[in-house]
Design a protein around this ligand. Structure first.
Ligand code: ADP
Ligand code: MG
Length: 318
């Protein structure tokens, strides 16, 4: 199977590659062509996933296809963008048809779920690496950036924290992965759901937002820095899933929620007046603290005492 046959069989003929809203030309030419409605801006983000670093060498390619696209699409959710499509730069050690079929099927599943069109890509030989670029659209001036948080705003997250990090030992086979709690955690790792509806609902309401990929503390640090404010987190308000509680001792669960990566929940700052309506629409959302004048991220215990922060989020070259 040559390069072009591979592209045709597994990608160009996939249902998700047959065009969609905003796609004037898809796979097959030198470029794809996108159409933006008047008054909207293009949101673009790239992610690279390297086997052995971002996902285990031993993996189910179906789950990998789902996860790779979900992780990239989460950046669109974080900006409040509506998905258009994505490109796929695929580096493969060999053209393993069984692997490719399952990978393409997983990709298709998440693409359909997120209404993303596969727009094009590149196929090369080398150590297994996935490069994803995602494209979305957002009304001019309404994209959610990391700057804009104001003292007095509430600090919120889109759902439970720490599940991705809590799942890692199960993903790596270091702990037994049987039972309902394990199943839930593994699903949170392999099939994170980009919070697209929440992101779009936050347009014109949230003052700053991002998706948590490197851990709550590290990512909140980005909002604090970009907005020139302090973010104050109350430990007792961190939403931890029942599964995380069940599988891990309390201190380890807390560490996952604060410093673990791979959650892909949105973190955002919100004027208090917006809270009630949003909470009704998104019951999983949780207020975890507030924005104050100052700088950095601060964590407080149940008695309002500030706790020292040691572990920060994950950093390559860190
Ligand atoms: P070029 O040489 O002009 O860069 P290629 O021969 O690499 O184009 O690719 C041919 C077409 O197939 C292009 O439209 C490209 O976007 C698409 N393509 C290549 N690899 C992939 C892939 N892994 N997934 C989806 N589309 C792909
Ligand atoms: Mg070309």
């Amino acid at each position: 199977m040559g390069e072009f046959e591979l592209i045709r069989r597994f990608f160009a003929t996939a249902p998700c590659a047959q065009g969609g809203e905003g796609v004037a030309l898809g796979i097959g030419d030198d470029c794809a062509l996108l159409e933006l409605p008047p008054g909207e801006q293009l949101a673009v983000s790239t992610d690279t996933l390297v086997a052995g670093s971002h996902f285990p060498l031993q993996h189910d390619p179906f789950l990998l296809g789902q996860r790779a696209l979900a992780v990239s699409t989460s950046d669109l959710a974080a900006m409040g963008a509506t998905p258009i499509g994505f490109t796929l730069a695929l580096t493969l050690p060999d053209a393993d048809e069984t692997w490719l079929r399952r990978f393409a099927d997983g990709l298709q599943r998440m693409a359909a779920q997120c209404r993303m069109t596969l727009l094009g890509g590149d196929t090369t030989r080398g150590p297994l690496t996935l490069g994803m670029t995602v494209f979305g659209r957002v009304p001019k001036g309404l994209a959610l950036t990391r700057a804009g948080a104001r003292p007095g705003d509430l600090l919120c997250v889109g759902g439970s924290l720490g599940d991705g990090a809590g799942a890692l030992p199960l993903v790596l086979g270091e702990r037994p992965a049987d039972g309902e709690a394990a199943e839930y955690l593994l699903a949170r790792y392999w099939q994170p759901q980009p919070q697209l509806a929440l992101g779009q609902a936050l347009r014109g309401r949230a003052t700053a937002a991002l998706d948590i990929s490197d851990g709550l503390l590290a990512d909140c640090g980005h909002i604090a820095q970009a907005s020139g404010v302090a973010l104050c987190i109350e430990r007792a308000r961190l939403p931890l899933s029942a599964a995380l509680h069940e599988r891990l001792p309390a201190d380890e669960a807390l560490r996952c929620a604060l410093s673990g990566g791979d959650d892909y929940r949105l973190a955002f700052t919100l004027p208090a007046s917006e809270r009630a309506a949003l909470q009704t629409e998104f019951p999983e959302m949780a207020v975890i603290g507030r924005v104050e004048a100052g700088e950095g991220v601060h964590l407080y215990d149940e008695q309002g005492r500030e706790l020292a922060l040691a572990a920060r989020g994950y950093q390559h070259f860190g």
